[in-house]
Design a protein around this ligand. Structure first.
Ligand code: HEM
Length: 140
């Protein structure tokens, strides 16, 4: 911002956003990295992909719940004053993307056919990336 002196955030703001961004890097980055690793994991033999997917779920779902908890914390911290209507619109669209992201990932784990698994993985990845980009827009 022109004319304003850039200030450091408080330690509480740094903690809040660091936890949110760390969890986003695991949830979103993890999905993308896993997608890139899967063709190689498949070569490790029967059941290898399922094993890696199970372990990934043990890491990624806690990150998703941390995102929800720190997301509520973010909202309470930044939206208590007056927020622009455009901020609220972006926030609402982001919430839809978060639901799509979680729903896609859940259905991906329950899908019976490879094509359904792929479709839900794609839906989750898209929702996750959009939630991340809209989050950056909210933080300004
Ligand atoms: C898939 C789930 C989510 C992802 C990937 C995600 C990602 C992000 C990212 C990358 C930022 C930008 C942080 C920065 O630039 O400093 C952000 C900010 C934000 N997120 Fe999320 N987020 C998610 C879920 C949520 C949820 C569930 C909520 C609310 C209940 C939420 C509320 C917010 C708010 C209010 C900000 C702005 C924070 C600020 O300006 O200090 N997020 N998010």
């Amino acid at each position: 911002m022109i004319g304003e002196t850039l200030q450091l955030g408080s330690w509480l703001d740094i903690t809040r956003l660091s936890l949110h961004v760390l969890a986003a890097s695991i949830w979103v980055g993890g999905q993308l990295v896993l997608a890139g690793l899967i063709p190689t994991v498949r070569d490790f033999g029967e059941g290898a992909t399922q094993k890696v997917a199970r372990v990934f779920g043990r890491l990624s779902w806690p990150a998703f719940w941390v995102l929800i908890a720190t997301g509520v914390w973010n909202y309470l911290a930044v939206a208590h004053g007056s927020v622009a209507a455009s901020w609220m619109v972006v926030f609402s669209i982001k919430m839809i993307c978060v639901v799509v992201s979680g729903f896609g990932a859940y259905r991906h784990t329950k899908a019976a056919t490879p094509s359904a698994r792929g479709m839900y993985a794609g839906i989750s990845a898209l929702g996750s990336i959009l939630a991340l980009v809209l989050g950056v827009a909210l933080a300004g």
